[in-house]
Design a protein around this ligand. Sequence first.
Ligand code: KG4
Ligand code: ZN
Length: 357
Amino acid sequence: MTNSFCVLGIESSCDETGVALVQVSGQALPQLLSHALFSQIEMHQAYGGVVPELASRDHIRRVLPLTEQVLQESKRALTDLDVIAFTRGPGLAGALLVGAGVACALGAALAKPILGVHHLEGHLLSPFLSSDPPQFPFVALLVSGGHTQLMRVDGVGRYQILGETIDDAAGEAFDKSAKLLGLGYPGGSALSILAVSGNEQAFKLPRPLLHSNHLDFSFAGLKTAVMVQARKLAIAQNCPVDALPQAILADLAASTQAAIVEVLVKKSLTALRETGLMRLVVAGGVGANRSLREKLNLECAKCAVRVHYPELHLCTDNGAMIAMAAAMRLQAGIQAASDVYAFDVKPRWPLDSMVLA
Ligand code: KG4
Ligand code: ZN
């Protein structure tokens, strides 16, 4: 392959179908040509969570129209594609198989190689798609729906996990608390909107492992504390939790968000201090949270640390981050695309296994 090539990225690990096209030109940062996304959230909302079988079927419906859309928008033809990248894991097996199957079929039909991408590496590298891309090395706070990790990142494939959650992820704490308050699924964004009108000091909720001398997280107890608090209020008001007055729900939402954000901010600052690095990169769906961004910006400004985020619309799952991660691995020469068209997905896949030997 020449050092100028075009990568198609397909994301189908959960409830969003994303397709994108990224152009690599020499050693310059790869450029996003176009991306398209279809969110299944509305479809799953009726069930209160993702229904894997429905997710797989919907990915099948969306992936080719989205591929046509990105080709059209970037004025490229199928024959202009040099590499077909797809999310290999972690994620829902059936959903992953759709992206893998389409990537293999396209690769075989076009005689172009494929590359299976680690979903979390996609999130981790997504800030490189922003107008203010970071530079290595940095501390990364990876906060997605299923993962919460602090990492030292020295380059593509050079990751050292400094701390991670021992139970629920921050995204799960948002989602489970939101569900409890009757805000539906996935509730992180809804909870943060409701929190705007609430008082974050209204309820004293636990800050798990805030003062521990390591960088691990634990959010399972917080969800239980929110539940206990909400039930107490519901008994006092003689109504179900989700029928509590809006002002009380807003106070609960604000107090929950404040607890999660405080832990994330404090541990990020400790990781920066311990590594001596002056750059923080936030990635994953929870990185869209406005309160988290405001508090991190404030605290990092105090110690002259630069903070980088993905563009808001690229915080949650998308194809652009998958195309970008593939492009950056290829560009760095640490992985080659393959012409073995095997549907080989990894529903469970720790990020450590992507680390260069
Ligand atoms: O990274 P992501 O799209 O999916 C995974 O790879 O897991 O993250 C989804 C998570 C969900 O837990 C969702 O509630 C949360 O990100 N999220 C938010 C916000 N937007 C999305 N959490 C808090 N505040 C938000 N604004
Ligand atoms: Zn994700």
